[in-house]
Design a protein around this ligand. Structure first.
Ligand code: 0O2
Length: 226
């Protein structure tokens, strides 16, 4: 009897999960226009960074950017964040409350390049800075380092102009190396306390090693360029 109850409960849970997933997918299908706006904003920002990279390559014979990647937040991730933050699940809510639907990640060669590129981007008169989180000067307790900018960029459509928010993450190759592996290993995973304690210390040590590497590389460049 209790087994049947368990099965019914499980089925109810699966149905609820499937329904809420469908709810978000439906929302997404009816939000093609909004998602297209985010994609266009990503293209605008990528272009701005590519232009800067090209300029520095011509004028100063160096490329401050190693790679640029971008992503649109997945429906599951959008739903999870809305629920976690207690926001309603609607298009309006997504637009007003979540600022990282469109994400651009810029991997730089040196720490100085991160701040130089951020300054160049923010100096452009069509860019508005909404929020800045400097996890390089103030790393997260786990060792995570990156410069996060939430910016607004206009995109021009047939007869209208729309301002769209984009999250830009700027980090060095070493910061990216750490973040990529840490993400794969344990970011947002539910691990037991013992494993968390041990791996946290180890990962923090790795983050500090990466930071030392960045500082050393920066110093070498400063000496060479003097
Ligand atoms: P993805 O797949 O990279 O998009 P949030 O965590 O989003 O609820 P908040 O305040 O909106 O909180 O964002 P925050 O802390 O400024 O930065 C969130 C993003 O930064 C994450 O996006 C990661 O990309 C990156 N990030 C932040 N902290 C860590 C960390 O400790 N380790 C790693 N590897 N990445 C981190 P998403 O949406 O979680 O993931």
């Amino acid at each position: 009897m209790s087994e049947i109850k368990d099965i019914v409960k499980k089925l109810e849970q699966i149905l609820t999960e499937t329904e809420s997933k469908r709810e978000v997918e439906d929302l997404f299908n009816s939000s093609r226009e909004l998602m297209s706006a985010y994609r266009c904003a990503i293209m605008e920002i990528e272009t701005k960074f590519n232009v800067l990279n090209d300029y520095f390559s011509l004028q100063h014979e160096r490329n401050p950017i190693e790679t640029i990647t971008s992503r649109l937040k997945s429906p599951e991730s959008i739903k999870e964040k809305l629920i976690r933050r207690g926001y309603p699940i609607s298009l309006e809510s997504i637009e007003n409350n979540l600022f990282d639907i469109a994400g651009v990640r810029v991997i730089c060669s040196f720490i100085d390049d991160i701040y130089m590129l951020a300054d160049c981007l923010l100096a452009q008169d069509d860019i508005t800075l909404i929020e800045k989180k400097d996890y390089i000067k103030n790393p997260k307790p786990n060792g995570y380092r990156s410069l996060h900018l939430i910016i607004e960029v206009p995109i021009f459509l047939q007869n209208t102009k729309k301002k769209v928010k984009v999250e830009v993450q700027l980090r060095t190759i070493a910061m990216e190396f750490w973040a990529k592996l840490e993400h794969r290993l344990r970011y947002k995973k539910h691990l037991d306390e013992k494993t968390i304690n041990y791996t946290s210390d180890e990962l923090l040590e790795c983050a500090n090693l990466c930071s030392t590497l960045d500082t050393k590389m920066q110093n070498i460049r400063n000496i060479i360029e003097k």
